[in-house]
Design a protein around this ligand. Structure first.
Ligand SMILES: Cc1cc2nc3c(=O)[nH]c(=O)nc-3n(C[C@H](O)[C@H](O)[C@H](O)COP(=O)(O)O)c2cc1C
Length: 359
């Protein structure tokens, strides 16, 4: 006899329970900063509807009972095809910010993309969880070379370059709220000597007219840094091609969670075009709108090698720091494995586009 069909002694039994608890616990303007997108939020909504418009085509009696989810991304081993996104201002959601996210990833066998605009420095996160702090993110601006050098010296395996943010998106909710966060929470990498001033950097990002980089400038800077790099913010075949030409070792199909260009294509809608253009030359990650194990399944089937969790990881962080992110990863993995059994997918190598249909 089992005591109960579903575990009763857990703090959180579902991802949506974590999301609701996270949003309930945050001040309204911070919840808006987290949930909001740019413009009229058509991209933000499209990210969800792109998942909701698709179905997984069932394959009963496949004989699959214990699917495997382990893989590698740029040579980095993963227990689940999941990374956490670079999100700045992490200490606004929980005092331990990306230290907690990386510790949760380390415990789970997944990996953090550690942000430039985070509360803690690249070095502090690497020290807290060296096995998870494998990828560090930079914006392609002044001080890039200096940042890349620090990232290499701190032992990271790869750089993630955000290519879709030459200026911050037009974030209406933050404007209406007169959102005024504690900027020190974005300054983990700018607090030391010989580092740029955070206020100056952000005022330039929000204002227009700061020198914006092109692919040639990025190719020069990344070649000099010597680490493999990932282009984050690819939504078209043309951008994928330019990124690979510039030397990218991977791409992230992403619209920045709907926070930059609006209206822009939903990530999942853009994925088949990008996957066709990339044609297996480099691995593909996808973010923007991933909220469930079903979303992970659909992204993998349509050509992603891994998915990146933005807000989903932040909800976990906000509710309970490291334990909250770990619970998020557990629930996501459990749902993904359930769906792999139901759809007869024994391992990540078995994902293919024919598993997906339209509703
Ligand atoms: C609060 C917040 C802060 C973010 N900060 C950054 C950042 O500093 N650099 C960056 O490249 N992306 C940033 N992002 C975007 C994420 O890396 C990721 O692309 C996005 O959250 C994915 O969409 P999702 O939240 O729907 O999963 C941020 C996202 C959020 C929600």
């Amino acid at each position: 006899m089992i005591d109960s069909l579903y575990p009763r002694e857990v703090d959180f039994a579902a991802l949506d329970e974590i999301r609701k608890a996270a949003l309930n616990g945050l001040p309204d303007d911070l919840a808006d900063f987290l949930e909001g997108g740019a413009g009229t939020e058509t991209t933000l909504r499209a990210n969800r509807s792109a998942f909701e418009r698709r179905v997984i085509r069932p394959r009963p009696m496949s004989g699959v009972s214990a699917p495997r989810t382990d893989t590698t991304f740029l040579g980095i081993p993963l227990s689940l095809p999941v990374l956490t996104a670079p999100f700045g201002g992490d200490g606004l959601f929980h005092k331990d910010g990306h230290l907690a996210v990386a510790r949760a990833n380390e415990a789970f066998g997944t990996v953090s993309i550690v942000p430039e605009a985070g509360t803690y420095s690249f070095e502090q996160v690497a020290e807290a969880a060296p096995k998870a702090a494998r990828i560090a993110q930079l914006h392609p601006f002044e001080h890039f070379e200096q940042g890349a050098r620090r990232i290499r010296e701190a032992g990271y395996a790869a750089l993630c370059v955000t290519v879709d943010c030459p200026t911050a998106g037009f974030r209406v909710r933050n404007r209406v709220n007169r959102f005024d966060p504690d900027m020190s929470r974005f300054a983990g990498n700018t607090a030391g000597e010989d580092t740029p001033d955070v206020a100056e950097m952000f005022s330039r990002l929000v204002a227009h007219g700061a020198p914006a980089w092109d692919w040639t400038r990025l190719a020069e800077a990344t070649a000099e840094c010597g680490l493999p790099w990932i282009a984050k913010g690819v939504l078209t075949a043309e951008t994928a091609e330019r990124a690979i030409e510039a030397g990218a070792s991977a791409v992230v199909v992403s619209n920045h969670g709907g926070r930059q260009l609006d209206p822009a294509p939903a990530s999942l809608d853009a994925l088949p075009e990008v996957a066709a253009a990339v044609a297996g030359r480099v691995p593909i990650a996808l973010d923007s709108g991933v909220r469930t194990g079903a979303d992970v399944f659909l992204a993998l089937a349509l050509g992603a090698d891994v998915v990146v969790l933005g807000r989903l990881a932040i909800y976990g962080l906000a509710v309970d720091g490291e334990a909250g992110v770990r619970r998020t990863l557990e629930l996501l993995a459990e749902e993904l494995r359930t769906l792999m059994i139901l759809a007869g997918v024994g391992s990540l190598a078995d994902f293919r586009a024919s598993l997906v249909g339209a509703r």
